[in-house]
Ligand binder design. Sequence first.
Ligand SMILES: [Zn+2]
Length: 311
Amino acid sequence: MPVAQYFIPFIPYPYKGEEIACDLCGCSEFEVICEHDRRFKRLRTVACIRCGLMRTHPMPTEAEIIEYYSSIYRLDYGLTSSKPSRRHLNRARRQATDRMNLLAPVLKPGARILDFGCGAGVFLSHAKSAGFKTLGIEPGTPFARFGREEFGLDIINDIWENVEVPGEFDVITAIEVVEHLRRPVNAMRWLRDKLAENGVIYITVPNMLPSDKETFRLFHFAHLYQFTPKTLEWAGAAAGLEPDPRFEPDGTKIVFRKASKGEELPSFDRNHGEGLQEQYPKASVSAFLINGRWLQPMKNRLTKTIRDTIG
Ligand SMILES: [Zn+2]
């Protein structure tokens, strides 16, 4: 597959995909939310009529996803060599400290921590240094290898569907991971089953509520499902999870615990996806380029890159 097709703007991504039903509620009806992504490429995002969960349509097949990750994703994340970039690691260090602080109330001595999609293992290396027992799952081979070699971590290098993990965990984290998965609710259910009785799962995903950003700038080919605070909470409920009341809800960053009532699909009292497209402002990619509105986001991105590289 020519790699360039992933980068040339205005043309579709080189994939065929397949029609699927919503992973949260099983409904197949949808409304179109947007036809482009942040790279100005053609990419259709739809919202499930019933629950409002958004997804890429058609959904890339498993094989197409593997193709994408083996060619493009590594380029995108500075993984053209065998190790993550300094920029990536600096950012991950900052985020690891924040995550340890947030979870401190439930990190009892000797706690077992599973990081689902652990990347290069920066968070787990912090946790291990603090005396916790750690395990990572990471499908990306260069990341997994780096985490093992650099930090001496125990990391399983595979997709979650193939993984069997021993025992239960007091804390599970899945940071910006489930939106990349074709079956996010299934993955959350699988994680719930790995949870110790009073354990917690911290799940974060990008917040896709409408904002003043041009709508197409929300979307990214690697993100197969698009959550809002409500649909993330509902996905948790469908997987047998509920927000843990000890933690303040923070948009699409939720600390869950096992739900006392087990798995429960919310009773959708109305069609939450109907009319959703009107809440997402229509924006033309060409107008965005012509009027120079791209300058500010580009400047912001550059500033962040410089900070993360030097920091
Ligand atoms: Zn749905």
